[in-house]
Design a protein around this ligand. Structure first.
Ligand SMILES: Nc1ncnc2c1ncn2[C@@H]1O[C@H](COP(=O)(O)OP(=O)(O)O)[C@@H](O)[C@H]1O
Ligand SMILES: [Mg+2]
Length: 292
């Protein structure tokens, strides 16, 4: 079994955990940085990263795609899709990474699969945006391709002026009903295959409502209930991921899913629970490869 681990930072905790886990299974793995990707067309179609011929690998595990201008990101996705079309196993599948990266397509997938999610409006129309905020009372605006709690805004019906600025900058706005709480926190559930391997609460710093660890949130053990397990696994399946970090908020009607991360870090779960997700992912990939 020869694996490629796609990651932009070779020191990344999760990539190292995966490399260790594959080595424990007796498999060889190579770290691949897609900023060095080269596709050659004419004669055979080939995809190389340095001296590594990607098509010769049994599977690529995507830990992170790297960031860059839209053309570069599109090239990377297209390359992964072409490798998948050529029969290579890609985990997570590129279409699932794309669906998870886009909060609009994630929310649509959750709704379609009957997974409870929050009321959400996505529009380019200022009038529609104002109407949505008035309906929700308080709304959270999120970038469609946002991450790590960045660029979120709380908008209240009494003052919808920020909507204009956001629309002028982004051209489209994603607005979601705000779930208030005296001690804001969310649940990060880590799913591998059909299993919930661990869950943590992420508690927002005092006076804040955004609870991402990258924004100063602190991790606490979250007891796994059948309901959280069921929702997290169904959310992951709805988006098409083989491993994922599912974010849930507790609402008066029960937990609801707000997003599915298709390239999640396993570091937070390891620090809080000593669960090494790399081992679980490696086992899952080995089992899938043995079936092909
Ligand atoms: N609708 C909401 N109501 C209250 N808090 C929210 C809401 N949506 C997000 N949050 C808070 O903001 C954080 C980041 O939101 P999320 O949708 O997960 O985006 P990101 O991709 O940036 O992590 C959540 O973990 C939660 O703490
Ligand atoms: Mg999140």
């Amino acid at each position: 079994m020869r694996l490629g681990i796609v990651v932009s930072d070779p020191e990344d905790w999760t990539a190292k955990s995966l490399a260790r886990a594959f080595s424990d299974l007796g498999a060889e793995s190579t770290i691949l940085n897609l900023s060095k990707l080269c596709a050659t067309i004419g004669g055979d179609l080939a995809f190389r990263e340095g001296a590594n011929d990607l098509l010769s690998l049994d599977c690529l595990i995507v830990r992170d795609m790297g960031r860059g201008p839209p053309q570069e990101v599109a090239f990377r996705f297209q390359a992964l899709t072409s490798l998948q079309d050529a029969g290579q196993m890609i985990v997570n599948p590129p279409e699932a990474i794309l669906r998870a990266a886009n909060k609009f397509s994630t929310t649509v997938a959750l709704q379609r699969a009957g997974v409870p999610t929050l009321q959400t409006t996505v529009t380019s129309s200022l009038d529609e945006a104002v109407t949505a905020v008035e309906r929700y009372g308080k709304a959270v605006s999120k970038p469609l391709f946002g991450y790590k709690g960045r660029d979120l805004a709380l908008i209240e019906a009494e003052d919808t002026t920020p909507l204009e600025r956001i629309l002028a900058r982004s051209g489209v706005i994603y607005l979601q009903e705000f779930i208030g709480s005296a001690r804001p926190r969310d649940i990060r559930a880590f799913v591998v295959g059909d299993d919930l391997v661990g869950a943590i609460y992420r508690v927002a710093p005092p006076g804040e409502w955004i609870s991402n660890l990258a924004r100063g949130g602190s991790a606490e053990i979250c007891p796994i209930t059948d309901e959280i397990e069921d929702l997290a696994v169904r959310a992951s399946r709805a988006v098409g991921t083989l491993y994922s970090g599912v974010d849930l908020l507790e609402t008066p009607e029960g937990p609801k899913v707000i997003e599915v991360n298709g390239t999640p870090s396993g570091k937070g779960i390891f620090s809080a629970l000593a669960i090494d997700v790399g081992k679980r992912i490696a086992r899952e990939v080995a089992s899938l490869l043995s079936q092909t």
